[in-house]
Design a binder for this molecule. Structure first.
Ligand SMILES: [Zn+2]
Length: 337
């Protein structure tokens, strides 16, 4: 009887006392304002990140739903393995080596290749190693692998690539996080990334920035690339979703505060670098699911769909910032939601 009462009391506690009441009108107005700023920043081209990151606040304040193009996963080119995607050249010196939903980007310099991310332990050989061979490139050219963050969809193949001679770059916090992952082959602690660190290889300089939020040690990257010989700059936001729960040792409020501050930091460095290309390590966020098939149909003289311009790069990161602020305001006063 006592237990039954306890259970029903617990159940009652877990039912949101309608967030509207818990928040207070002033906070609701603030959340709504940040959602609308994010919506404006998203425009028609960044609807996917807006829809995912602002999902909670939108529901909470009953804001208008997301409109615009929301892409699915990249179509598989192999029905036997529904994750398999073909490798593709995206710029003169940048290659897509990922699978249907997760990306690996390879920058080919005059002295070898720098990868961003290593996808899973089960897919890295088929996509990255064999992918490079399909493109006519020796996988022994891989010199560095920058791991955006230590979740299995990005760090799972790191051990296999290290065994092949590549140096693995992770932040200190995510080397610690990586220690707890269970991949077939584990990388040993290698290069520890610091904010603004330059990774120079041949004629290329890649810069990494510490952008904690998605994990405590998420790295975002700025890469120089070339389109028909012309220089461009790509920005890669290293961790996107708010897929974390608050704990007493790791409060949600601080995570969201860090995330928003990181988005501001990366806006500043990418603007200073003149970034006009936005890349993600998930194929839906940067429109790879649409852009890669479009690249294959490109005629001579057609623009490269990945070159979106400085303003659009800035707007993408603004969505990340504003949705984090909105989510933090909502959570700060109503942590049960
Ligand atoms: Zn992740």
């Amino acid at each position: 009887m006592k237990l039954k009462f306890f259970k029903s009391a617990l159940l009652a506690c877990s039912i949101p006392v309608t967030a509207q009441i818990a928040l207070g009108q002033n906070t609701i107005d603030q959340v709504r304002a940040h959602v609308e700023t994010a919506r404006t920043a998203a425009g028609n081209d960044h609807a996917f990140i807006f829809g995912r990151l602002c999902e909670g606040p939108i529901k909470l304040v009953k804001a208008a739903p997301v409109t615009g193009e929301v892409p699915g996963a990249l179509a598989s080119t192999d029905p036997k393995r529904d994750w398999y995607a073909e490798p593709a050249r995206v710029f003169d010196d940048l290659f897509f080596l990922g699978q249907t939903a997760f990306s690996v980007w390879g920058l080919r310099t005059s002295a070898g290749i720098i990868l961003v991310d290593s996808i899973f332990d089960y897919s890295v050989e088929a996509e990255v190693i064999e992918g490079l061979r399909k493109l006519g490139i020796d996988p022994a050219e891989i010199k560095y692998v920058i791991i955006s963050h230590a979740h299995g969809d990005h760090s799972g193949g790191a051990g296999i690539l290290q065994q092949r001679g590549a140096k693995i770059v992770m932040s200190a916090a995510d080397w610690d996080l990586y220690a707890g992952t269970k991949d077939k082959v584990k990388a040993t602690r290698d290069i520890v990334a610091t904010d603004g660190m330059e990774i120079k290889l041949g004629d290329s300089k890649v810069h990494v920035y510490l952008t904690p939020g998605h994990t405590h040690g998420t790295i975002s990257t700025v890469l120089p690339v070339h389109e028909k010989g012309q220089p461009h700059v790509a920005a890669l936001w290293g961790g996107t979703l708010f897929n974390f729960k608050g704990t007493p040792d790791d409060p949600l409020d601080q995570r969201l505060k860090d995330y928003a501050a990181s988005a501001v930091h990366f806006q500043q460095v990418t603007q200073a670098a003149g970034a006009d290309i936005l890349l993600s390590n998930h194929t839906a966020y940067d429109g790879t699911t649409i852009k890669l098939p479009a690249m294959a149909q490109r005629k001579p003289g057609d623009p490269n769909p990945y070159i979106i311009g400085k303003d659009a790069v800035h707007r993408y990161l603004k969505v990340a910032e504003e949705c984090a602020v909105a989510a933090r305001l909502a959570e700060a006063v109503s942590p049960s939601n």
